[in-house]
Design a protein around this ligand. Structure first.
Ligand SMILES: [Zn+2]
Length: 155
């Protein structure tokens, strides 16, 4: 799907699920979801939808985030660690959602690469990455999640 679609889905879902309340937490969730939504497509020129679109890279990034937290925690205050968690979880969550959204595409995603190159997709026919209807539908889902988060914030 298009970059702005990935961004809206990642930002909407991260805010809805993580529900940040403080200003700095809101900022790091926003930044983390942007990074997590866009980072997977760095493999655009090399093994696209394989190298950075698989479960092993998600597990690796999650382990690195946890290891870094274990190193930082003894020397950091609770506000910093809370922000760090919001930041890393929003990156990983948006990354996972980027992969799921790409699985809507007819060419699918090599989700178990490097074990197998087999590409998995959510639907038999799929929706092309530049399909206006597909992108608009996913953007509506992302925006709805963002509105629901805002609604929870003011309720
Ligand atoms: Zn992608």
């Amino acid at each position: 799907m298009k970059q702005d679609t990935h961004l809206l889905v990642g930002i909407g879902a991260s805010f809805f699920i993580l529900n940040p309340m403080k200003d700095l937490d809101i900022l790091v969730v926003f930044l983390g979801s942007i990074i997590g939504s866009l980072l997977p497509d760095l493999d655009l020129r090399v093994k696209h939808r394989a190298l950075l679109h698989n479960l092993s890279v998600i597990i690796l990034v999650s382990l690195l985030a946890m290891l870094l937290e274990m190193c930082l925690a003894p020397r950091s205050n609770t506000v910093f660690i809370s922000m760090y968690k919001y930041f890393t979880i929003s990156i990983i969550l948006s990354w996972i959602l980027h992969i799921v959204v790409d699985m809507v595409n007819p060419s699918g995603v090599s989700i178990i690469w490097p074990l197998k190159r087999t590409r998995f997709k959510l639907f038999r026919q799929g929706v092309k990455h530049d399909s206006m209807l597909g992108n608009i539908s996913l953007k509506i889902i992302g925006m709805t999640l963002l509105f629901l988060y805002a609604y929870k914030l003011v309720a």
